[in-house]
Design a protein around this ligand. Structure first.
Ligand code: KIV
Ligand code: ZN
Length: 498
C-alpha cells in the first residue's frame, strides 16, 4: 500500500471565485454532498468574511456533510479568523486556512511591509486561529516566487505557532515542475520541525504545469494536494482533481494512494459543469467528452483487439458507462426511471412525470436519446428559475438575398412582450430583438454552440456570456433548434442581471 495523499478540494472556494461560476447555497450543498461521495478529505467551503452568502454556505455545508473536514479561508487578520471560526461552528471537523503573502512582490508592493513583520503577522494569525480550532492550515501566498531561505523561516515559525498543515501555493502558476519539486524538497531538508505538519501543494495552471507541479510536490514530500473539479479556478485555473487522482492511480510506480472513489469522477465533473455553467473542453484529460473516444480506423481496430492498446485508463474506472438501452419516443416511464437510476438520479412521482414529459418532447424531435441528453434534461430541471423570463415565441427569416429578421416574444411573469429586429444573421437579429425587449445595455462577450453527441438531429448546447455594467453573466440552454437554444441562453444570462 502506497503512502496516503490527502485530497483537499477547493472547487467551492478558489473555483467559485471565477466570474459567472457563483453558486447559491443550495447548489453548493449539492456539490459538497457529491464531493463527500467522491471521497475528498477536505472541502474548502468558502471565504466567510467575503460575503454573507459565503458565510452562510460554510455554515450549511458544515451541517450537510460529515466525513470530510470543512475548511474556511481567512486572511491573517483577526476579524477574518473570528468570522471563519463562527462559520465553522457546526463542522464535525473544522479547519481554518489562514495566511499571508511571502514573495518580494507581495511583501513590498501588495502589503508594503518587511520580511520580519510578515513573519510576526503569520505567527499571530496561526496562534489566534488555534484558539478556535485544533486544525490550522497556513498558506504562504505566492510561495512559488518566494525565496526558499525566507520561506523556510516562515514555515518553521508557523509550525512552531501551531500550524498543522503548511500550504505552499504557486499562486501565479509560475513554477516549472523541477523548480516546484526543489522548493518542497528544500523545505523538507531545511525546516527543522517540518515533521510536525503536513505539506500541501496548491498550484495554478497559468503555464499548464499545475498537475505536473503538484505531482513533483508529492514526489518530494508533500502529502496534501489542493485541487478543483475540472481544474476550475482563477485565470487558467487550479490543479484538476481528476488528473492528479488518475495519475496516482494509473502509476503504481509512484507508490501513493488517495481515498477517492474514481467511479464518481464523471458524475462530479458533470454536476459542477452544469451548476457552474462552465463547459468542459471536449479534449480535457479524464473528463472531456472525447477523453475516451476513438475515431480513427486504426485506433478503433486496436481498441477492439485489446482496449489497452490505446487506453491507459478503463473508462469504467472514472464512471463512464456504455449505454446499452437505446431510449426513443417509444420508451416508457419505467425505462427512463431505470436509466436515470444508472446515471445516479432518483426521480419519482410528479418529478418523474415532469421529466418524462420533457423527454417525450425531445424524443419526438430526435431519434435516439443518449445519456448526455438525459443529463441535460436533468440539469435544465435543476437550474430552472421560477419567474425567470421565458421565450414564448420565436420566428426567424433568413437565407440568401434576404435580410435576416427575427420576431421574439418573451413572457415576463405572465405578461408577453414582442419585438422584431434585423441583423447579420438569424441569431444576431433575434439577440437584437431580445435587447430591445429587455431595454438593458448588454454586450455579448462569448457565445459557444456545442453539439451534444453527433448527427444533424442532435441537441445543441449553447453557453452565452454577457457583460452589463462591468459584470459578466452566464446563460445556458439546450434545444434541438440551435437558434431557439441561442435565444434561450441569451435570455437566461440577461435574467441574472439584478
Ligand atoms: O492561490 C493562492 O495562493 C490561494 C491562497 C489563498 C491559498 O488560493
Ligand atoms: Zn489559489
Amino acid at each position: 500500500m502506497g503512502d496516503r495523499v490527502y485530497i483537499f478540494d477547493t472547487t467551492l472556494r478558489d473555483g467559485e471565485q471565477v466570474p459567472g461560476c457563483q453558486l447559491n447555497t443550495i447548489e453548493k450543498i449539492e456539490v459538497a454532498r457529491q464531493l463527500e461521495k467522491l471521497g475528498v478529505d477536505v472541502i474548502e467551503a468558502g471565504f466567510p468574511i467575503s460575503s454573507p452568502g459565503d458565510f452562510n454556505s460554510v455554515v450549511e455545508i458544515s451541517k450537510a456533510v460529515s466525513n470530510p473536514t470543512i475548511c474556511a479561508l481567512s486572511r491573517a487578520v483577526k476579524k477574518d479568523i473570528e468570522v471563519a471560526a463562527d462559520a465553522l461552528k457546526f463542522a464535525k471537523r473544522g479547519r481554518i486556512h489562514t495566511g499571508i503573502g511571502t514573495s518580494p512582490y507581495h511583501i513590498k508592493s501588495k502589503l508594503n511591509s518587511t520580511e520580519d513583520e510578515i513573519i510576526k503577522r503569520a505567527i499571530e494569525a496561526v496562534k489566534y486561529a488555534r484558539r478556535f480550532v485544533d486544525d490550522v492550515e497556513f498558506y504562504a501566498e505566492d510561495a512559488g516566487r518566494s525565496e526558499n531561505e525566507y520561506l523556510a523561516r516562515v514555515i518553521e515559525a508557523v509550525i512552531k505557532a501551531g500550524a498543522t498543515v503548511v500550504n505552499i501555493p504557486d499562486t501565479t502558476g509560475y513554477c516549472l515542475p523541477t523548480e516546484y519539486g526543489e522548493k518542497i524538497a528544500y523545505l523538507v531538508n531545511n525546516v527543522p520541525n517540518i515533521d510536525k505538519a503536513v505539506i500541501s501543494t496548491h498550484c495554478h495552471n497559468d503555464l499548464g504545469m499545475a498537475t505536473a507541479n503538484s505531482l513533483t510536490g508529492v514526489a518530494n514530500g508533500a502529502r496534501q494536494v489542493e485541487v478543483t473539479i475540472n481544474g476550475l479556478g482563477e485565470r487558467a485555473g487550479n490543479t484538476s482533481l481528476e488528473e492528479v487522482v488518475m495519475a496516482i492511480k494509473s502509476h503504481h510506480d509512484l507508490d501513493f494512494e488517495t481515498k477517492i472513489d474514481s467511479k464518481q469522477i464523471i458524475r462530479t465533473s458533470k454536476l459542477v459543469s452544469t451548476l457552474m455553467r462552465m463547459p468542459v473542453q471536449p479534449n480535457k484529460a479524464i473528463v472531456g467528452r472525447n477523453a475516451f473516444a476513438h475515431s480513427s480506423g486504426i485506433h478503433q481496430d486496436g481498441v477492439l483487439k485489446n482496449r489497452e492498446n490505446y487506453e491507459i485508463i478503463d473508462p469504467v474506472d472514472v464512471g463512464v458507462r456504455e449505454s446499452s438501452i437505446v431510449l426513443t419516443a417509444r420508451s416508457g416511464r419505467a425505462a427512463i426511471k431505470h436509466r436515470l437510476q444508472i446515471l445516479g438520479y432518483e426521480y419519482e412521482g410528479e418529478e418523474l412525470k415532469k421529466l418524462y414529459d420533457h423527454f417525450l418532447i425531445l424524443a419526438d424531435k430526435k431519434k435516439d436519446i443518449t445519456d448526455e441528453d438525459l443529463e441535460v434534461l436533468v440539469g435544465a430541471e435543476k437550474t430552472k428559475v421560477d419567474h425567470a423570463p421565458k421565450l414564448e415565441f420565436l420566428q426567424v427569416v433568413c437565407g440568401k438575398s434576404t435580410i435576416p429578421t427575427a420576431t421574439v416574444s418573451i413572457n415576463f411573469n405572465g405578461d408577453i412582450f414582442t419585438e422584431t429586429a434585423s441583423g447579420n444573421g438569424p441569431i444576431d437579429a433575434a439577440f437584437s430583438a431580445v435587447k430591445n425587449l429587455v431595454k438593458r445595455k448588454v454586450h455579448l462577450e462569448e457565445f459557444l454552440i456545442q453539439a451534444i453527441t453527433r448527427g444533424s438531429d442532435d441537441q445543441g448546447k449553447v453557453h452565452v456570456q454577457v457583460e452589463h455594467k462591468g459584470i459578466s453573466y452566464y446563460g445556458f440552454a439546450a434545444n434541438v433548434d440551435i437558434v431557439s437554444a441561442s435565444v434561450e441562453a441569451f435570455i437566461d444570462a440577461i435574467s441574472k442581471i439584478q
